[in-house]
Structure formats: structure tokens, C-alpha cells
Design a protein around this ligand. Structure first.
Ligand code: DON
Length: 319
């Protein structure tokens, strides 16, 4: 049963010092624009402007601090894997872990190598194969899982304008060979219940959601707040589940760079090839940084740097 709390609606933060700090971080992070590459394996993402940079911090009492292009919607891509996982655990609980593992892969997010030797059980829910299994779980539970996820993203962010970008969806579909290979391999090992095309469509539609830094910092604040959604005041997931998702983000949210990122930033985080990264400071706040140019692991260069600067200075203030 969800527990209700008074909902602290997101509102502009009231600390000028904190806003000045966020502005300064955004300014310093912009020095990294010009390094990295836009993801070009999804043609619909190629035309993103590499000079864009956005940052949003959302405290657990609903204060929002933003800088740069924080209100610009972008393709959330793998950030959707956090919402998908939350929804799957909420719906089916720990049964999911019979079909997907809990360990870092140490491999690129779209690698197929372990999938063959590990008999179709993906290492974790944040690599593509893992999220495809999670999507399969949801295809069984909801008639239109991506639409359901879109509704959840709207409710959690408080933004009814959150949409699936059909151009990105079509682009991912027509360049699906690698994800389709993973899905067919898992199907062959008996780890996919539904038809491959149906599962892939749901998975791509979730990746194709468009949200802004502001939307994402607000929507994923439940991970910093013991599972309580900021916009509704209700418990979206139980506290222990939020803790476990944070643990998975810490170990696997940044793919083969998870160890590097943990060393430099030390926060649970999840990235997407649209250039967004969400990070969580449990008990305090959620953060989303975005800039489209990526490093070799598929993580945004400027967004990572912004998070590094935030983590360095986090002890300086107490909202
Ligand atoms: O399936 C894909 O490859 C993309 N839709 C999502 C990949 C992604 O965002 C991985 N992130 N770094």
C-alpha cells in the first residue's frame, strides 16, 4: 500500500549561495564542451548540438536549482533503464533476479560476449541486454508498457509534456541489429517470454522518451528520498528497493567506466547516450547533468565533469 505524505512540489530553490554554486559548476563544466563525440549509431541523435549543457539539482524538500539548458528536453536513452527497473521490481519483486544478474559487466553496454557464455542471462539490468529482459517482464504485465512508463515519467516529473520521440524510436528500430541479436540470443536460451519484435519496440520506446534535466532530477528524486515521489508525496517504491537500485547504479550505472566514475565522483549514477547523467545523493538530493558529446564508454564528457565538481564540494553546504 502506498504511504501518503504531503507532497513538497518542486519550486525554485531559496538559497542564492547554492544557486551561485550551481551556476559556477555549469560555467566550469562548459570548459569541457568540444571534447567527446555525439552518439552516431542512432542516426536520429546525430544532429544534437554539442554546445548544449544543462544542470538541475533537486533537494529532497523540493527546491530546484538549475543552470544552462536545464529545461531543454533530450533523448533519455539508458536513463529509462532506471525507471524500467523500478517499475519491474515494483510489479514483480525479486523474481526478476532469476533472469538478470546484479554484477558489473566490465564491458561496453551493447556487448554480446558474456551473453553467450552466460547462457542468455545478462550481467545487470543497466546494460542493453539486461534492460531488454526487464522490458520483456513488463510486456507481460502491461498492454502498452512504454506508454505506461511515459505516464509514470509524467507523474514523477510533474510534466504532462513528457513524450516518446517517434523519430528516435524509428531510428533505433531501423538500426536494431545489435539489440536484436542480444534479444534473439536470450530468446534461444529461454530468457525472453514475449516475441522479440514486441519486446524491442517497448525497449526502444522507453529509450526514446524526451525529458529535460529538470524533469529527470525531479522524477528520479525518489531514489534520494527512500522511494518517496516528490510530486505526489507517495511512496513509489519501498526504501530498501531504492537503496538497492542506488547500489546497482553505483556498480553498473556507468558501464565499463563504473569504477573510474565511482573513484572520481563516488555517487550512484546512470548515464544515457543522449548525453544525460542522473546522480543521487541519498537522503539529500538528485542531480541531472546533460551535454550530448560522449567519451568512449558512452558517458557525457561535460556532464561527468559537472558531477565530479559537485561531488568535490558537496560537503560545503547543507540545504
Ligand atoms: O539500445 C541502445 O543502444 C540505446 N537505446 C541506449 C543505449 C544507452 O543509452 C547506453 N548508454 N550509455
Amino acid at each position: 500500500m502506498p504511504t501518503s505524505f504531503p507532497a513538497p512540489r518542486p519550486r525554485p530553490g531559496h538559497s542564492p549561495t547554492l544557486q551561485a554554486w550551481v551556476d559556477e559548476i555549469a560555467e566550469r563544466a562548459r570548459s569541457r564542451l568540444g571534447t567527446g563525440r555525439i552518439a552516431d549509431y542512432i542516426p536520429a541523435l546525430v544532429n544534437q548540438d554539442p554546445e548544449r549543457f544543462g544542470l538541475a539539482l533537486c533537494t529532497n524538500d523540493g527546491q530546484l536549482y538549475t543552470a544552462g539548458d536545464a529545461e531543454t528536453p533530450f533523448s533519455i536513452q539508458s536513463l529509462s533503464k532506471v525507471l524500467l527497473l523500478s517499475l519491474a521490481l515494483r510489479t514483480h519483486g525479486d523474481a526478476l533476479w532469476q533472469r538478470v544478474g546484479l554484477n558489473p559487466s566490465g564491458m561496453p553496454f551493447n556487448s554480446l560476449m558474456q551473453l553467450e557464455t552466460e547462457r542468455g542471462k545478462p550481467r545487470n539490468p543497466f546494460i542493453n541486454a539486461g534492460a531488454i529482459v526487464v522490458a520483456d517482464h513488463l510486456v507481460g504485465a502491461f498492454a502498452t508498457p512504454a506508454k505506461h512508463l511515459q505516464d509514470i515519467a509524467r507523474t514523477l516529473s510533474g510534466n504532462p509534456g513528457v513524450l516518446i520521440d517517434h523519430e528516435v524510436l524509428a531510428s533505433e528500430w531501423s538500426h536494431r541489429a545489435r539489440n536484436a541479436a542480444a534479444a534473439y540470443l536470450m530468446k534461444a536460451f529461454g530468457n525472453l517470454d514475449n516475441e522479440v519484435d514486441e519486446v524491442l519496440t517497448a525497449y526502444f520506446a522507453c529509450c526514446a522518451l524526451r525529458m529535460s534535466c529538470r524533469d529527470l532530477a525531479v522524477a528520479l528524486n525518489y531514489l534520494a528520498a527512500d522511494g518517496r515521489a516528490l510530486t505526489t508525496g507517495e511512496r513509489f517504491i519501498p526504501p530498501a528497493m531504492a537503496q538497492r537500485i542506488n547500489a546497482l547504479m553505483f556498480t553498473s550505472g556507468m558501464y565499463d567506466a563504473a569504477g573510474d566514475f565511482a573513484y572520481r565522483v563516488g555517487l550512484p549514477a546512470k548515464s544515457g547516450v543522449g548525453g544525460g547523467i542522473v546522480a543521487v545523493v541519498p537522503g539529500r538530493l538528485s542531480i541531472c547533468a546533460w551535454s550530448p558529446a560522449l567519451d568512449a564508454s558512452g558517458n557525457s564528457v561535460a556532464a561527468q565533469y559537472a558531477l565530479e565538481l559537485i561531488a568535490e564540494d558537496l560537503g560545503r553546504w547543507h540545504p
